[in-house]
Design a binder for this molecule. Structure first.
Ligand SMILES: Nc1ncnc2c1ncn2[C@@H]1O[C@H](COP(=O)(O)OP(=O)(O)O)[C@@H](O)[C@H]1O
Ligand SMILES: Nc1ccn([C@@H]2O[C@H](COP(=O)(O)O)[C@@H](O)[C@H]2O)c(=O)n1
Length: 214
């Protein structure tokens, strides 16, 4: 393994294409040593709340995330140790009982809406990517995904978007674009951006290997 793993952050609004970009990078390096972490896995545990109370949580506010645990886990991975990543269940708005073993790798991709918002987490990243997609495209993608995969109704997705997601996006996500090294329009299928990123990752890996051999 390289001397220090590389941490790549992929941020952007809900439905922007973060997961698609992160997965494309993951695929490109699947023969290397690579792993992926999602900030969504670090939504706070809400077992102490009734299911009907959990519906009212603001999931688009930085405080919805257990960033202390995320920071600790990233530090562990970067130090060469494995972690047990929490599992989040969107259908019941709560952390699941099981955890998943994640071993450290040369390249760690962290994907999530607000990963640039916490300075402690931001400062660990070697490359910061912001996936920038227009709000109309993001809401259409989100409607489709939340109904198909997260068990939501059309009305609940629309209400939450207009009352919470949109407002929080402007307050907490859009301003973090300034921290990005690279802004990728439209995300997932932007081949040029993905190739540029892959080249950069390759060169950092080569640099680290050279340093390690000295
Ligand atoms: N460039 C793109 N063109 C068309 N559809 C896309 C593109 N990027 C992502 N998608 C689709 O949009 C949806 C949301 O993308 P996803 O990567 O899950 O976004 P995020 O992780 O930012 O919420 C997915 O169904 C994905 O297949
Ligand atoms: N229990 C929850 C937790 C979060 N959300 C929404 O998920 C969005 C973030 O996920 P992306 O993959 O789209 O980045 C966020 O906007 C939350 O509103 C939820 O619906 N329920």
């Amino acid at each position: 393994m390289a001397h220090h793993p590389i941490l790549i952050g992929v941020a952007g609004g809900s439905g922007s294409g973060k997961t698609t970009v992160a997965s494309a990078l993951y695929k490109q390096f699947q023969h290397e040593s690579i792993t992926m972490i999602e900030q969504d896995s670090y939504y706070k545990d809400q077992s102490h709340m009734l299911p009907e109370e959990r519906v009212h949580t603001n999931y688009d506010h930085p405080l919805a995330f257990d960033n202390d645990l995320l920071l600790h886990h990233l530090q562990e991975l970067l130090a060469g140790r494995s972690i047990r990543k929490p599992v989040y269940d969107f259908k019941v708005n709560n952390r699941a009982k099981e955890t998943v073993l994640v071993e450290t790798k040369d390249v760690i991709i962290l994907e999530g809406m607000m990963i640039f918002e916490d300075e402690r987490i931001r400062d660990l990243m070697d490359i910061k990517v912001f996936v920038d997609t227009d709000a109309d495209v993001r809401i259409v993608r989100r409607i489709q995904r939340d109904i198909e995969e997260r068990g939501r109704t059309l009305q609940s997705v629309i209400d939450r978007y207009l009352n919470v997601v949109r407002v929080m996006h402007l307050q907490f996500i859009e301003p973090t674009k300034r921290y990005a090294d690279i802004i990728v329009p439209e995300g997932g299928y932007n081949r040029v951006a993905l190739d540029l990123l892959a080249n950069k990752i390759d060169s950092i890996l080569a640099e680290k290997r050279e340093y390690q051999e000295q």
